[in-house]
Design a protein around this ligand. Structure first.
Ligand code: CO
Length: 476
């Protein structure tokens, strides 16, 4: 009889499979010293319920839970709440998955399957679990359906919904809106007989700024922006939109990887909304734009990129549990584009270092028009087939990297918080929620971003599922 040699990784249970509970803890146990200047709250978003009547299949599935680490005078309080929304309420009431997620659909009876075909109005989850951040004074939780949930950053209660008003129906957006002193913007994909990529201004009532027709729309998780341009990087992971209207399969499974199409940069003038250039490059895939910069008449676009879109299938839990092969390696790539000649002059890997969930000191990069350091999660070579098991800091000038790695500790996205008296770009801390599989608990790590030394950790009595993105809100 064949014997399975495969061992379930210890992080599967706490990181991917176990539902979280809402709780309030007034004082977490803190080891080490949290700097005096760090006052405010880290709010993180991610899945909180992943097991309902059946397990959800993919890392990007689940009902959203917000986690709030309130830091004041060296002490840390913790609160977690599910996002109150239609999908959450229906799931609790019915005890089964009721809304379509990224890669998991509700179970359907034959009658319901027919109903879906004749009534192409599937209920797509409104549980905005991907990101959290601010537009003006308001705090939002963001997912990919065309709505954003406004939350109270203290109580984590839902305050309202920003739903793009008249621009409803058959559209998806990104969980990574971009904000600068001129406004807040998001990329929207509209599916229909004709498909469009659109840019909306979203700081007040939604307003369409740009519209580009597209035959086979691609899956895009973020977009880019420079002083004068919006940058849509389109990857050949594409969908026949009729497939999405009928929804026989979960959302992402309607998309096919067609590398022969190549990738494209679609560049839009921010003032006129007109497309100024389309530049074809060999196929690649990315979730996250990192930075874009106009320089000497050229446009540099930095992304955390992959050779192909295999990373999406590797995030299925049935693949993660096997952990026989390393995750596909994302790394920092820079594309230098000549908009006038519609050519890519150079495509360069900035550092040969595994990276995902990239983070930079945005305010610094915006102020100086450039940046040198990018932080994120990666995989340490000591345990190359594991899920992300280290925090990295890449110096793109020297193409070198520092890392924080501890066997059996699995960090999430490191959020950078600058020291208010900082003199250098990397003077600050990184805040990461780490899963410790030996002690079966998660903790908030405060890491010195300059030296990569641990400053403090604030421990929870339980584990937190691996999440996606978070933000730090300063309190004075
Ligand atoms: Co993201």
């Amino acid at each position: 009889m064949p014997v399975s040699t495969h061992i379930t990784p210890a992080y599967m249970e706490g990181g991917f499979l176990q539902n979280s509970k809402e709780c309030d803890i007034e004082l977490l146990e803190v080891v080490g010293v949290i700097p005096d200047w760090l006052q405010g709250e880290l709010i993180r978003n991610g899945p909180g319920q992943v097991m309902v009547d059946k397990p959800m299949r993919h890392w990007f599935d689940g009902l959203a839970m917000l986690h709030r680490f309130h830091i004041a005078n060296g002490k840390v309080a913790y609160r977690s709440r599910f996002i109150d929304c239609a999908a959450f309420r229906a799931t609790q009431k019915e005890g089964r998955i009721t809304y379509s997620d990224f890669a998991t659909d509700p179970c359907r009876t034959l009658f319901q399957q027919l109903q879906t075909i004749f009534n192409p109005d599937p209920k797509i989850t409104d549980s905005a679990k991907v990101n959290v951040g601010q537009i003006g004074e308001k705090t939002f939780a963001w997912g990919e359906p065309l709505m954003q949930i406004q939350i109270d950053p203290e109580t984590l209660k839902t305050v309202g919904v920003y739903d793009y008003g008249k621009y409803g129906g058959n559209r998806m957006t990104t969980a990574h809106p971009l904000v600068d002193e001129h406004g807040a913007y998001n990329l929207v994909v509209q599916y229909g007989p004709i498909n469009f990529y659109k840019i909306y201004e979203i700081s007040g009532d939604a307003k369409e700024l740009a519209s580009v027709p597209v035959q086979l729309p691609g899956y895009m998780h973020s977009f880019g922006m420079s002083e004068n341009y919006f940058i849509i990087a389109e990857y050949p992971l594409v969908v026949q939109s009729i497939m999405l209207l009928f929804r026989a399969k979960p959302f992402i499974e309607n998309f096919d990887w067609k590398p022969r199409m190549g990738s494209r940069f679609i560049i839009i003038d921010r003032k006129t909304g007109k497309r100024v250039s389309t530049i074809k490059v060999p196929a690649f895939f990315s979730f996250h734009h990192v930075f874009a910069k106009e320089k000497d008449g050229l446009l540099e676009v930095d992304l955390c990129a992959y050779e192909n879109a295999d990373i999406i299938s590797e995030y299925y839990k049935e693949r993660l549990v096997q952990s026989d092969n390393p995750l596909p390696k994302g790394s920092m790539w820079r594309f230098t584009l000549n908009l006038e000649k519609r050519t890519c002059i150079e495509r360069r890997e900035l550092a040969d270092v595994c990276l995902e969930l990239p983070v930079i000191h945005h305010a610094f990069a915006h102020r100086h028009g450039s940046y040198r350091f990018v932080y994120g999660c990666g995989v340490n070579e000591a345990n190359p087939t594991e899920f992300y098991n280290q925090i990295v800091k890449i110096d793109i000038e020297s193409a070198s990297a520092k890392h924080w790695y501890k066997p059996n500790h699995y960090p999430g996205e490191p959020v950078f918080v600058a020291n208010p008296d900082a003199r250098t770009e990397d003077d600050g801390v990184l805040l990461s929620v780490v899963l410790d599989t030996q002690n079966k608990q998660s903790y908030l790590l405060v890491l010195n971003a300059l030296t990569f030394e641990e400053m403090a950790k604030a421990s929870l009595p339980h584990t937190i599922l691996f999440g996606y993105h978070g933000t730090f809100l300063h309190r004075n």
